[in-house]
Design a protein around this ligand. Sequence first.
Ligand SMILES: NC(=O)c1ccc[n+]([C@@H]2O[C@H](COP(=O)([O-])OP(=O)(O)OC[C@H]3O[C@@H](n4cnc5c(N)ncnc54)[C@H](O)[C@@H]3O)[C@@H](O)[C@H]2O)c1
Length: 377
Amino acid sequence: MKKLKWGMIGGGEGSQIGPAHRLGALADGRFEFTAGALDHRPDVGREYAQRLGVAEDRAYGDWAEMLAGERGREDRVDLVTVATPNSTHFEITKSFLEAGFNVLCEKPMTMTVEEGEEIVKIAAASGRICAVNYCYSAYPMVRQARAMVRAGEIGKVRLVVTNFSHGHHGDATDADNPRVRWRYDPAMAGVSGQFADCGIHALHMASFIADDEVESLSADFASTIASRKLEDDAMVNFRMSGGTVGRLWTSSVAIGRQHGFDIQVFGETGGLRWESEQPNQLIYTPVGGRTQVIEKGEAGLCEDAQRLSRVAIAHPEGFPLAVANIYCDLADAIAGEARDGLPDAAAGVRSMAAVYTAVASAKDGGAWMDARPPMFQ
Ligand SMILES: NC(=O)c1ccc[n+]([C@@H]2O[C@H](COP(=O)([O-])OP(=O)(O)OC[C@H]3O[C@@H](n4cnc5c(N)ncnc54)[C@H](O)[C@@H]3O)[C@@H](O)[C@H]2O)c1
């Protein structure tokens, strides 16, 4: 099979998410690393891209130079990943979609709901793929959970409870550290801190497994470290279109919790539980029956869970391979085989609408509000 050509913007040396994208994109031989504008410092980005094997003429200094260089080529890249800081996502994603490129954008897709709706429309008009990197949804056992819900194995879903709560910004003496401070500074982070950063992963996961969309929510935000202008802890209650009740806790001051991302889905005839720190196990309890551990790699899993597993049963398969699963689905989609689980621009704008609604609700004493973007109301 001919390899697809892949380009990356952001994700330079020392970045947090860059390595996961490179490991993911290149894991299965579906893509080759062809072009990049990897760093906000042009020379540093050019040098690093070449060290990673990108040809000199496709190691660009910035994204505009990459757009100009790639759009004129017959062998232009098939997919562009946007892994820059949040405030740049909209402009870069919009520009590449309009020029006819497929895009994988990091979350959050945009800074506003209006921008998110624009991206949905541009992607539809261009006929190109615009995916958003809700990569936790690509763990095999998360796909298994969704398949079990769809197959009715826990009956109608009554309740979803999810947490994305860690303690890595819990040290008040470290609150002025420049790597931490920007996340709670509205000028850099936007209207929300922890909920926009981690909470939206949990909210997307709730929709993904329950196979339903968030319709309304009520939020309580707190800045437990008083100097912070944005929340470092949030509790969000929500309701889904099908009536499912949702509870979400996200925090960055929960000292002792490490990654701290988990989800429980309770239906009329059973319950499911998954934790990102034990991603190969899905816990299933049928009503009146025994609790079972469903292992990645064992017999009888759904087609997606089998397709997206690579190593033998009981061997860990972690975060970069979940990102690789997003790239597998993208390679299939680019080849014309649309993949149902791939998070799209609609998921991106739904998250932005939830962020703005949660901010408004928290300011209004937790009032319940419609959490859907106008285009989906
Ligand atoms: N999906 C996930 O689980 C996940 C996890 C971590 C981060 N993220 C997202 O990934 C994005 C990047 O986060 P990070 O933690 O890697 O940030 P980071 O600050 O560690 O790295 C950002 C990188 O982008 C480069 N960069 C900045 N501006 C640029 C520009 N205009 N052009 C080219 N390169 C530029 C920087 O030089 C750096 O290499 C954010 O949107 C973040 O929300 C997602």
